[in-house]
Design a protein around this ligand. Structure first.
Ligand SMILES: Nc1ncnc2c1ncn2[C@@H]1O[C@H](COP(=O)(O)OP(=O)(O)OP(=O)(O)O)[C@@H](O)[C@H]1O
Ligand SMILES: [Mg+2]
Length: 278
């Protein structure tokens, strides 16, 4: 459904993407993870026709993004990293404008608006001004808006940033539901447990280069099954082991305090992207 080959993108002298190549199959829920400035939003930008690139080829559903930009845009829904709703308009008006941009007729817009509001459980807020909505409701409205033209691929750039844990889980359920309804999802997030919970496959990007694309379980397995966190003079350090016994033995020989736990995707993220916990 998404195919990137050898993409290069520079902003002046700064290389944002450096030979990016990967594929996402139809129906996948693909999480794209990486530290701040790694190139995640730039990748979403170029896949949705908002960012030009210097070299390489990008296809959505077999269509070349540069040769068929309008057709490609019709296939894609986008929830951007920073909310871009029209705050002075109502919920319904925001959806209506988006429907117009995609060329939907008045009747289609009415039907799709009701359907999308129901879908994200916002039907009772159709006439509320967007500026009166909480952060969680705004995110749900952004999801509804991205679905108004029935895209085949949905790009979600940190869709739960800044949401409280309960609301975040509600948005997760919604993302799962959208994916179960056969929409391919490309997700970026800094909440690693979000990727672990939602994604069928994860990719790690660092400084514009792809490091790994695997199932969350396979990425974690490269480290081991068990982790020991040791709190010492250098801060928190983690060591990884295949068995619980090996982890416990290691901890017994440490003079500082520590804890044994299962390896998680965050360990893989920190190990692959080279960020140390300080
Ligand atoms: N419009 C721009 N002009 C110049 N440099 C840019 C522009 N947009 C992004 N960059 C640079 O390109 C690199 C990749 O940025 P990008 O926004 O894609 O990262 P990101 O992975 O989405 O980060 P974050 O997790 O902070 O959202 C960064 O070094 C960033 O400073
Ligand atoms: Mg970003």
């Amino acid at each position: 459904m998404i195919q990137l080959s050898n993409i290069h993108k520079s902003y002046g002298p700064k290389k944002a993407l450096d030979g990016l190549t990967f594929r996402v199959a139809p129906g996948e829920l693909f999480a794209f993870l990486g530290p701040n400035g790694a190139g995640k939003s730039t990748t979403i930008g170029l896949l949705t026709g908002l960012v030009a690139f210097n070299e390489g080829q990008a296809l959505i559903d077999g269509l070349d993004i540069l040769k068929e930009p309008i057709k490609v845009k019709r296939l894609c829904g986008l929830v951007t990293q920073y909310p871009n709703l029209d705050a002075e308009l109502t919920v319904g008006e925001n959806l209506d404008i988006h429907g117009r941009l995609f060329g939907l007729s008045a009747k289609e817009r009415r039907l799709r608006k009701a359907e999308c509001l129901d879908y994200v459980e916002l039907a009772d807020r159709e006439n509320s001004l967007v500026k009166s909505l909480s952060g969680g409701l705004k995110r749900r409205l952004m999801l509804a808006r991205a679905l108004i033209h029935r895209p085949k691929v949905l790009f979600l750039d940190e869709p739960t940033a800044g949401l409280d844990p309960a609301i975040r889980r509600r948005v997760w359920s919604l993302i799962k539901k959208i994916n179960q309804d056969k929409v391919t999802i490309f997700l970026t997030t800094h909440y690693i447990e979000e990727a672990e919970f939602l994604a069928s496959r994860v990719a790690f990007i660092n400084e514009g280069q792809l490091i790994a694309t695997e199932t969350p379980q396979a990425v974690m397995a490269t480290l081991g099954q068990w982790a020991v966190d040791v709190y010492g003079g250098e801060g928190l350090r983690s060591q990884y082991f295949e068995s619980r016994e090996a982890a416990t033995d290691f901890l017994k020989n440490q003079s500082q305090g520590g804890a044994v736990r299962r390896v998680n995707l965050e360990d893989a993220f920190l190990s692959l992207t080279g960020r140390k916990v300080e």
